[in-house]
Ligand binder design. Sequence first.
Ligand SMILES: NC(=O)c1ccc[n+]([C@@H]2O[C@H](COP(=O)([O-])OP(=O)(O)OC[C@H]3O[C@@H](n4cnc5c(N)ncnc54)[C@H](O)[C@@H]3O)[C@@H](O)[C@H]2O)c1
Length: 423
Amino acid sequence: MIPGMGAVATTLIAGVEAVRRGFAKPIGSTTQMGTIRLGKRTEGRSPLIKDFAPIAPLDDLVFTGWDIFGGNLYDAAKTAQVLDRDQLEEIKPFLQSIEPMPAAFNQHYVKRLDGKKIKTGKNKCDLANQIRNDIAEFKTKTDRQVMIWTGSTEIFLEPTAVHQTLEAFEKGLVEDDPNISPSMLYAWAALKEGIPFANGAPNLTVDIPALQELSKKMNAPICGKDFKTGQTFIKTVLAPAFKTRLLGVSGWYSTNILGNRDGEVLDDPESFKTKEESKLGALEYIFQPALYPDLYKELYHKVRINYYPPRGDNKEGWDNIDIFGWLGYPMQLKVDFLCRDSILAAPLALDLVLFMDLAARTPSLRGLGIQEWLSFFFKAPQHAQGVYPEHDLFIQHTKLKNTLRHIMGEDLITHLGLEYYGM
Ligand SMILES: NC(=O)c1ccc[n+]([C@@H]2O[C@H](COP(=O)([O-])OP(=O)(O)OC[C@H]3O[C@@H](n4cnc5c(N)ncnc54)[C@H](O)[C@@H]3O)[C@@H](O)[C@H]2O)c1
């Protein structure tokens, strides 16, 4: 169940159908192509993750969702201009068969969009209950459900009193509290229905105690936020490399041009602020300047996103990194990532849906609320209170695989390896 059926969602859904029909491979998907080593290196046991853990097969997936634009997903995919026309033609009837339901939307939270197909109601509680009705209807047609937000980036919100407890939040729904955004209505509705919720955007949504409380109460896992796909993905590979070699970093300037609708939404300063906060966090946590003041205390970090229509979904992200080595001698590294936003995001969305479904079926995970083991997929991973988030991509990857080993009763892999030398 997908609130926000734009570029990422249509690329996900069209992609799953293309894979199911044998037209393409699920490249970039951990659940579909990843393997997992089990036992010692001498054992030669490395099954596919999907054969090791009880991950739902692609053939079992059924899609629905909400959007503010009318029309079916074939039209939405054409508008998004991510996939080739020929590829879309092959699966046209399938995409035409899915039409988003009217959205709970308010332009106050996404300034650059104007809602066409939107729900009306007497207050936010009414709107959220309409979403619950949509969910209940979908439940009659499916065995299990997962919700993933691939809707637009909302304006920057900070936690306030209404977000602190479930009671305050539910009162706020009735009183139309302005600090409750549309994405929170979907999340509340999903969790109330016992359905896991993943947040692909940088919105505050489930980063609030009220919905974390509801998540635990309902055994409905949550995770977020903001898919780690392009520039931050590369950043969280390079930064740990510098830190591991104890190379200093004095400056990191990141800029992007993109021309899709996401870029248009992010052109609004209030939505950009939400994205900026999400993108800035990683370096601070990876470099730990308090532990390494000589290397990272003076780091100047800047992130820019510029809306540039000619590029469409094909984003270009530049990084200029000023580093220094032995005796303080300066060096530079430049990265120019000519990427495709939704092509990078779609497999992550698929993995999140399948892993969240697995989490909801796993007794030792479903009552935890936040699924920190899915940090691998996010720019600003949710984490337990009192600990800092883990941003290093390879630590996140190890954590994900060890969680799978743990839930399947396999030994965790520590990489100690003394046993190979007779110890
Ligand atoms: N690589 C990536 O593409 C990437 C990476 C990280 C995060 N994201 C985030 O994922 C989200 C989706 O990106 P996209 O490129 O698909 O954008 P998009 O603009 O193509 O799609 C978003 C859709 O959400 C809809 N929407 C907005 N508010 C809604 C509401 N309240 N209810 C229902 N629908 C609503 C819009 O109408 C739009 O169709 C964005 O927030 C983006 O920042 C994308």
